[in-house]
Design a protein around this ligand. Structure first.
Ligand SMILES: Cc1ncc(COP(=O)(O)O)c(C=O)c1O
Length: 456
């Protein structure tokens, strides 16, 4: 036996992975053809580089309810749910009706519509922020939040958390998953650009600190007195698995920001309306100064929103800060958003999601204990993941030290047995209101098969 994790033999993982990859490819030949054809016109053959993951992209044909079908005819229970967007499930009748009805009445005017007020009022109620503006993606929401914070404070520096992803604009595409040999000291992490094309002067304005580490945050403020406009966090990190805030961390982060005259921003693009009706703000009982939303609030249409304290949002009212966009609050997204928030994601829907999560997490825990696997489950509302180590992951340094081969083989097992998961060790599952106990049982059965094969 070679390298092991607990008593899981990593050589065995490698052998099973090769078998599953070959099975995966053999059942996705049409996807492969399309992928190759696409590369003639589309770099890497995919619309976003996140969609090009090993062993190959899967082209989807259609989705209905909690299931999707790929172009090779493979059917899946969908736990990927479009990177956490489709909490309503696919082709939900209420969303279809809302969008169809709006299409007949016109899909775009670049003029306000009455429904904007309905959606803003509901977001204000859920997230306890009085004023809202709309955007078209999570990237736009965090971009606007940063601009608001800079405009409000007349400062330029941003503090972000190591390994948080906040979308693809320059200021925050820093230390997203920095290479281990470049990330620097844990007490003073380096600011590492994720991609070419970002000016060094922009990277220099982004200071990086560890998650769940108030001392590191305090040090960052001390190193840049009077310079910091904002601290932005994913209140629960969902781009390195699912990392929960320590008790008191979020309240401490907001208090620290305020003590230094900075604005506290929660990026709730993934947590918003998924881990609770009012996202992390509600679940952890901490209200920041600005909340960024996108993904699940739009029922599957491109969407986003940024909400904030009255005095911060007043910088838009008085013209100090520009918040703009041709498609902001467009009627189609707004109709879908209204139906999502008011008709689909009801109290009953959240009870259903909680019950499914409990069944799924409980089933996975039973398998782990039966096969004595040194893993654990993190879950909350519609979201969750298996973490492939025994101890909780508290920050990127913990995550970076983990062996990713188990996450990958688990993804392959699920894919080859009718469960679509978001690719990558860093991803987690998303349940929808249309998921059933049968979907959850399929997930657990696949995990059991993996456990059995790992321990065979
Ligand atoms: C926490 C978080 N913020 C922002 C974004 C960016 O959202 P979008 O891809 O809609 O621009 C993402 C995307 O995954 C995200 O996970």
């Amino acid at each position: 036996m070679g390298l092991t994790l607990g008593d899981v033999d990593l050589d065995r993982v490698a052998t099973l992975t090769a078998r599953e990859e070959s099975e995966f490819r053999s059942r996705r030949t049409r996807s492969r053809e399309l992928w190759q054809e696409a590369t003639e016109y589309i770099p890497r053959g995919v619309p976003s580089s996140f969609q090009d993951t090993p062993p190959q992209p899967v082209f989807i044909d259609h989705g209905k309810g909690s299931h999707v079908w790929d172009v090779d005819g493979n059917e899946y229970a969908d736990f990927h749910n479009g990177f956490g967007v489709m909490v309503v499930g696919h082709a939900h009748p209420a969303i279809v009706a809302a969008v169809e009805s709006q299409m007949h009445r016109g899909s775009h005017f670049a003029q306000p519509v009455a429904e904007n007020i309905v959606v803003a009022r509901e977001l204000a109620r859920r997230f306890r922020q009085p004023q809202w503006r709309f955007t078209n993606s999570g990237t736009e929401s965090t971009l606007d939040a940063i601009r608001l914070a800079r405009g409000f404070t007349n400062r330029e520096r941003i503090i972000k958390i190591e390994a948080s992803y906040h979308g693809h604009h320059d200021a925050l595409l820093v230390s997203v998953e920095p290479p281990v040999d470049a990330m620097g000291d844990a007490d003073f992490p380096n600011s590492v650009p994720m991609t070419g094309g970002i000016p060094a002067s922009t990277v220099a304005l982004t200071t990086v600190v560890g998650f769940n580490d108030l001392a590191s945050l305090e040090r960052a403020f001390a190193a840049h007195p009077g310079e910091v406009a904002a601290v932005i966090v994913e209140p629960a990190m969902m781009n390195i698995g699912f990392v929960l805030p320590d008790d008191g961390y979020l309240a401490g982060m907001v208090e620290t920001a305020h003590r230094h005259g900075a604005v506290a921003i929660f990026d709730e693009v993934k947590t918003g309306v998924t881990i609770a009706p009012g996202g992390a703000t509600e679940r952890f009982g901490v209200v920041p100064d600005i909340v960024c939303l996108a993904k699940a609030i739009g029922g599957g249409l491109p969407c986003g929103a940024v909400g904030g304290r009255a005095d911060i949002m007043a910088t838009i009212t008085d013209g100090k800060v520009a918040q703009l966009g041709t498609f902001n609050g467009n009627p189609l997204t707004t109709a879908a958003s209204r139906a999502t928030l008011l008709e689909v994601l009801t109290g009953q829907a959240y009870s259903h999601l909680d019950a499914l999560t409990e069944e799924l997490s409980g089933g996975l825990r039973d398998v782990m204990s039966e096969y004595q696997l040194p893993f654990h489950v993190v879950s909350m509302g519609a979201r969750g993941c298996v973490t492939y180590r025994e101890e909780p992951v508290r920050n990127y340094r913990d995550y970076a030290a983990m062996d990713k081969s188990l996450a990958y083989i688990s993804w392959l097992y699920q894919s080859n047995r009718g469960v679509l998961m978001a690719p990558g060790a860093e991803e987690n599952w998303t349940l929808s209101v249309q998921h059933t106990s049968d979907d959850v049982k399929r997930y657990v059965a696949n995990f059991r098969e993996l456990a059995r094969d790992l321990k065979a």
